[in-house]
Design a protein around this ligand. Structure first.
Ligand code: AMP
Ligand code: MG
Length: 334
């Protein structure tokens, strides 16, 4: 199958919508990352997403809607406090986990009684979902375990020949996946940190939330137990403040180790400017670094043999960045 990349426009949106209606799979840009979408009501179509990604079937997908008005068509219970979050943050990079309606098949939810719903802020993505005429179930459009795609070229690298169409050529502006918030409990629980920060949710609801659960044998969000976001070369992660551990590792790897240091702010780069290695600055500040992070990982793996990353300060979007890096390092914590 030939995979074509098209910018969002009237014709490409109509073509993508038609593929979805016929039970096919389309990659589409959103403000977070590119999604790999299929008709959320069609279990056979949804199973093709899992096949294309090599995704374990017990890792559920997010159901994407063109407007918040559609939420009650897929969810049967929307608590009052969730209504506040919907008004405040949707459309946007926030996915709410709610009790599902029976018409959402098990293939989407991995057999759970809950469904994650999101309305993208990307207006073109919303137009595409509206044109499809059905909710669009989608995970990120990468091969399972790889960094999420934030550019059409990333999707093409992972999905070429497996899907007919990639919609949207420009970059995903947030660059990290949505925040996943379990609203079947109170207080709600963050299952994945993301584009809407814990601080924003706490301020909107006037409460304090506990953190996202770390990897455990019984993860609340099924996807939490798998390797994620990883480049195909070793990645070492030093939490913010552990610069010395990073420098020690750099020395251990040695000059022939093809190592590069990735930092998330220009200020952090200064800590390493005396060292004899490449220093990649993901962005001037954390917002820009979040946008560029996966792109930097995908570029760096082609050039270097080892990556060492210094984490961000642990608040706001920094926490979401650190969460991705912690998972991407596959236990290589410094
Ligand atoms: P992805 O967009 O590839 O990161 O995958 C969707 C994410 O949403 C995964 O991390 C899932 O664990 C999470 N998710 C989707 N549906 C649910 C649900 N019903 N309950 C908990 N987490 C969910
Ligand atoms: Mg993903």
């Amino acid at each position: 199958m030939e995979t074509r990349v098209k910018p969002y426009n009237k014709e490409s949106i109509a073509e993508g919508a038609e593929i979805i209606r016929r039970g096919g799979v389309v990659a589409f840009r959103t403000e977070t990352v590119y999604g790999l979408g299929a008709n959320a009501y069609d279990a056979a179509a949804v199973r093709q997403i899992f096949r294309a990604k090599g995704r374990p079937s017990d890792n559920p997908l997010i159901v994407h809607l063109p407007s918040v008005g559609g939420i009650e068509t897929v969810a049967r219970e929307v608590p009052d406090y969730a209504g506040i979050l919907i008004d405040r943050f949707m459309p946007g990079p926030l996915s709410l986990v709610l009790k599902k309606r029976p018409l959402i098949p098990d293939a989407v939810t991995a057999g759970l009684d809950t469904v994650a719903v999101r309305v993208p802020a990307d207006a073109a993505a919303r137009e595409f979902i509206a044109a499809a005429g059905v909710p669009v179930a989608a995970p990120s459009a990468n091969l399972s375990g790889r960094p999420s795609p934030t550019a059409a070229a990333h999707v093409l690298a992972d999905m070429n020949g497996k899907i007919p169409l990639i919609l949207g050529e420009e970059l995903a502006v947030v660059g990290l996946e949505s925040t996943v918030l379990d609203c079947t409990v109170y207080p709600p629980q963050i299952l994945r940190e993301g584009g809407i920060t814990r601080e924003q949710i706490e301020a909107a609801l006037g409460i304090t939330l506990s953190g996202a659960e770390k990897n455990s044998d019984k993860p609340r969000a099924p996807g939490m137990k798998y390797k994620h976001y990883a480049p195909n070369i070793p990645l070492y992660y030093a939490a913010n403040g552990r610069e010395t551990a990073l420098i020690d590792k750099l020395e251990e790897i040695g000059a022939d180790g093809g190592a590069a240091v990735i930092v998330l702010t220009r200020a952090a780069a200064e800590l390493f400017c005396e060292l004899d290695c490449d220093v990649l600055i993901a962005g001037e500040g954390l917002k820009e670094s979040a946008r560029n992070l996966y792109s930097v990982l995908r570029s760096a793996e082609k050039i270097f043999e080892n990556l060492l990353v210094l984490g961000a300060p642990d608040d706001g979007i920094g926490r979401a960045i650190n969460n991705r890096l912690e998972k991407a390092c596959g236990g290589n914590l410094l």
